[in-house]
Design a protein around this ligand. Structure first.
Ligand SMILES: Nc1ccn([C@@H]2O[C@H](COP(=O)(O)OP(=O)(O)OP(=O)(O)O)[C@@H](O)[C@H]2O)c(=O)n1
Ligand SMILES: C[C@](O)(CO)[C@H](O)COP(=O)(O)O
Length: 233
């Protein structure tokens, strides 16, 4: 199932504490952003990449695109104050495609088979998002006190890609903007429309590079996969 992908890349990386956009930090031999771009560049089903960027970072990102021969980038719209606004700036510029994926540029370890599965379910059912089952017990805390424990059996840690029929996501983004609703993922905007959203179980390796510890995990993941590749030679 062919699709276009929106990669929000206009964040500030505050929790990473690197004093710069964390997507420019290297994991092994190349920036996090490039690792993520290469996955979609190599996926034959991906027909276009849209990157929400900060105006002051556009030239640098264009140099990365050139240096790493990324040929599928269709646009670099200016990102917004929040991640949702950055995604919406891309959705507004895209011509209607059948399926659109939104994927955090900070998640470099997504795999093509999982992308394919998400795009297929989105085409057939309208909406599908990546996730993994919660490993820890989750509790609601108020004023330092445990208020409630949430049944772990029904708890998932949601990731990206989040895949949708384009018209559904475009409507959800427009409605959210109109009513001033701010969600932390695109699924929240589509849930508000009452549309079913399917979960596709992905990997714990599909981690979002958010804090310094995630970089250590990321290096270890690369090491493991390089080691595997060396065994195949
Ligand atoms: N206004 C924003 C905020 C985030 N993002 C992007 O959305 C993805 C996920 O966001 P997050 O991990 O929160 O990145 P940052 O906002 O940069 O991190 P922090 O919240 O620690 O500042 C990242 O690829 C980030 O670049 C974006 O395009 N526009
Ligand atoms: C979209 C997301 O990756 C799903 O877990 C997450 O909500 C992004 O949160 P962030 O704070 O914008 O990184």
């Amino acid at each position: 199932m062919r699709y276009e992908v929106v990669l929000p890349a206009a964040g500030s990386g505050k929790r990473m504490g690197a004093g710069q956009n964390k997507l420019f930090l290297n994991l092994a031999d190349k920036p996090i952003l490039v690792h993520t771009l290469l996955v979609f560049e190599q996926d034959a089903n991906c027909t276009g990449i849209w990157l929400a960027v900060k105006d002051e970072e556009r030239l640098f990102i264009q140099s990365l695109i050139e240096n790493y021969n990324i040929t599928k980038v269709k646009g670099l719209p200016t990102g917004g104050e929040e991640r949702q606004h950055s995604v919406h700036s891309c959705i507004k510029e895209m011509k209607a495609v059948e399926v659109v994926l939104v994927h955090d540029a900070a998640r470099p370890f997504i795999t093509i088979p999982k992308i394919t599965e998400l795009a297929k379910v989105a085409y057939e059912k309208g909406a599908a998002i990546a996730g993994v089952r919660a490993k820890d017990t989750m509790k609601i805390v108020q004023n330092g006190l445990i208020k409630e424990t949430i049944d772990r059996e029904s708890l998932w840690m949601v990731q990206t890609p989040q895949a949708f029929r384009y018209d559904l996501l475009a409507e959800a983004e427009d409605v959210a903007e109109k009513v001033g609703f701010l969600g932390t993922d695109e699924a929240m905007l589509v849930e508000r429309l009452g549309h079913d959203i399917h979960i596709v179980e992905c990997s714990y390796e599909n981690v979002k590079m958010t804090t310094q510890e995630d970089l250590i995990f990321g290096e270890a993941i690369l090491e493991k996969h390089n080691f595997r590749k060396s065994l195949e030679k």
